[in-house]
Design a protein around this ligand. Sequence first.
Ligand code: GRF
Length: 201
Amino acid sequence: MSNKNVVAQKKKVAVLISGNGGNLQALIDACKTPDYPAEIVGVISNKAEAYGLVRAQNANIKTATINHKNFTSREEFDAELHKQITAFGAEIVCLAGFMRLLSESFVNKWQGKMLNIHPSLLPNFKGAHAIKDALAAGAKTTGCSVHFVIPEMDAGKIILQREIAIDSADTEESLAIKIHAQEHIAYPEALCLVASGEIVD
Ligand code: GRF
C-alpha cells in the first residue's frame, strides 16, 4: 500500500482541552508516525490561557477557544462546540483534560466516537479527585483508563487501561507524575485501536 493511501485513510480527530495538554502532546507525537491511523485536525479549549493551545500551534494544528462563560446554558455551549468540531471536519473527538461536563444531547451525537482519559482504573475512583481518592482509600494499585464517553460520567466502555503500583511513600504529586506517564502511552494506543476500527463501542 502506498503512503498516499495510508494518509487518505486517517481518521480526523478533534482534541478538547482545558489546560496543560500533556495528553494532547502525546497524541500529536503519535500522529507523526506515518502509518498511525489518525490525524488531529483541530484543538478546542474552553480556556484561552490553556498551554495545550500553544502545543497545537507549535504543531501547526488549527485551534479554537470557546469560552463557556459566554454562554447562558450548557446546551448552547455544547451546540457551539459541535459546530466547531464539525467545521474542523472531525470524525472522532478526544477529551484530554477537558474540564466541562457535556450535555446528554451532545454526548449522544458523538456516541462511539468520543473518547476520554481518566486517571484511575475505572470503575474505581470516578470524578475530579481520582488520584487523591485512590491514595486516601489506601489502594495498592491505580492507573489510567481510556473509555468511550456516555452521558454518565466516567462510565463508558473501557478501551484500554494501564496499571501502576502505589508505594507507601507516594504523595498525590508523585502519583500524578507516574499516572501521567502511563496516560501518555495509553491514549495514543487507545486512539489507534478506535481509529483503526479494532475496538468499537
Ligand atoms: C489527565 O490526568 C487526565 O487523566 C485528566 O486530566 C488530566 C489532563 O492532563 N482527565 P493534560 O492536560 O493532558 O496534561
